[in-house]
Design a protein around this ligand. Sequence first.
Ligand SMILES: [Zn+2]
Length: 115
Amino acid sequence: MINLKCAICNQTEVIKINEPMRVRFECKNGHKWFENYIDNGGTHKRPKSYEVKLEDVLFPSEKVIYEKMLKELEANKEFYATADPLEKTKSLIKKCNINEREMYSIMKKITSYNK
Ligand SMILES: [Zn+2]
């Protein structure tokens, strides 16, 4: 994986989305920019598919958290199958050592991805 960096704020928390026309980038501070594919004079190779995967829309730090969450869910399957949503959220926040904002930002992405 290439290390991406925002040209405006130097933020390295950047996501890259392959769109059919061009490549879209977004940094965690909300800056967006576009770059071209090779056939449009840019440097990016076209992907085999433009399907956007969940991991494509998670910032690098969110990917780390998401993996922790998956591990925790897997390790305590029974609890998460029966607990109410608030308990689940609280437990995930505590066990994964993350804050509520991070948690909800990721949950929002997962929800919109699953639609
Ligand atoms: Zn930025």
